[in-house]
Each structure stands twice: as C-alpha cells, then as structure tokens.
Design a protein around this ligand. Structure first.
Ligand code: SF4
Length: 197
C-alpha cells in the first residue's frame, strides 16, 4: 500500500509522498461547493484530475488533531446534519457536469485542460474523519445507488480515511458498509496522521 505522509482530505496540493518518484504536477481550482451543501469538486493532485467529493463531516468532527489540518474548527458549524436526498441530488448534478462537458460553466473551471476535467473518482471525504459519520453506511449506500442507476458511466468510489474509523465503536456498521462498497469496486485509501485526540 502506498504510504502517505499527509492526510490528503484537506490538502489542496495533495499528499506528500514517501516515494522518491514525484507525482506528475497537477494544479487547478481548489475545493469548491458551488453552493452545494455536501458535494464539491476539486482538481486533485492525489487523483491526478477531477475529483468529486462528498463531505460526510459537516460537523467537522475528527478523532485526530493534525497540526497541518486545513479545516477551520474555530467557527461553529451551523448545518451539521446530512440530508441523503439533497446529497444524491447534488451528486447527480455534479456528475452530469463532469460527464457531459459542463464543468467549464463553473467559476474557476473555464480554462482547465480537458485531461484534468475527466472524472477520476467520487471521494467520500469531508471536514473530518468520514467513517465516524453516524450516517456513513447510508451515505455509502446513497452514492452506490446513484452509480447503480447507470445514468452515468461507471465511476470509481474512494473513501479517504485516517483508517481509525473501522476500529471505533461503530466498527460493525462501518465494516459492513465498506464490505458493501468493496463489492462495488470501491477503493479505500489510508492516510497517516500524527496525533489522536
Ligand atoms: S485526519 Fe482529521 S485532523 Fe487530520 S487532517 Fe484529516 S480531518 Fe484534519
């Protein structure tokens, strides 16, 4: 498994890698929600192109306290619940943009090269540790259901996790969800972090 030295969820530049082989340089617009509540887009250095993200942590909850975390936890989040119908609607709208050539209608994407606009993944991530989201299982099912409807070409699903969630008190539910995701060709990338709360 590729070893990564920096949590990739909240680094616009992507992870610092231990390998001597540096990844191809990728730059583009930073993470933006474009008015959405849960679904965002980013040109990801980690993914080498367009990544559509789903924020499972609107409450900004994480069990780590990394010195390099880019999430602003100084402000109290106002909208902390997850609405699965809204999430699915936002995801389908963003997937439609990605697959039908409408990303350039979004601010910041007007001049992004074609190769960076090809969708690389849908990432379950967020402003915290996604597997600690109380609705993690439901979000996984919602994303896989959107994919199963086949309105869009097949897309890869990635869970970006600090890998502690499946060992937490919600382990049974998390493990079940991840197993379901795995049969749907989901990928789980692990990240290392420095300090647990
Ligand atoms: S693991 Fe948690 S604290 Fe560390 S960078 Fe990611 S969200 Fe921030």
């Amino acid at each position: 498994m590729e070893k990564q030295l920096l949590c990739e969820a909240h680094s616009v530049a992507g992870p610092v890698r231990s390998s001597a082989r540096a990844p191809r340089s990728v730059s583009g617009p930073p993470r933006s929600y474009f008015g959405n509540r849960f679904v965002y887009a980013v040109i990801s250095q980690r993914a080498h192109g367009l990544s559509i993200g789903v924020n499972l942590n609107p409450d900004k909850f994480c069990n780590f306290d990394c010195a390099y975390c880019e999430v602003d936890r100084g402000s109290i989040p106002t909208n902390t619940s997850i609405d699965l119908d809204v999430l699915a609607e936002e995801l389908e709208e963003m997937l439609g943009r990605a697959f039908y050539g409408r990303m350039r209608e979004l601010p910041g994407y007007e001049s992004v090269p074609d190769d960076l606009l090809r969708l690389k993944e849908v990432a379950l991530s967020g402003d915290g540790e996604p597997t600690l989201c109380p609705m993690f299982a439901e979000v996984v099912e919602t994303v896989l259901h959107v994919r199963a409807k086949c309105f869009f070409p097949f897309f890869k699903v990635v869970v970006i996790t600090n890998s502690t969630g499946p060992r937490c008190t919600r382990s049974t539910r998390c493990a079940s969800s991840l197993a379901t995701a795995s049969t749907g060709n989901a990928w789980i990338r692990r990240r290392s972090a420095r300090r647990a709360r």
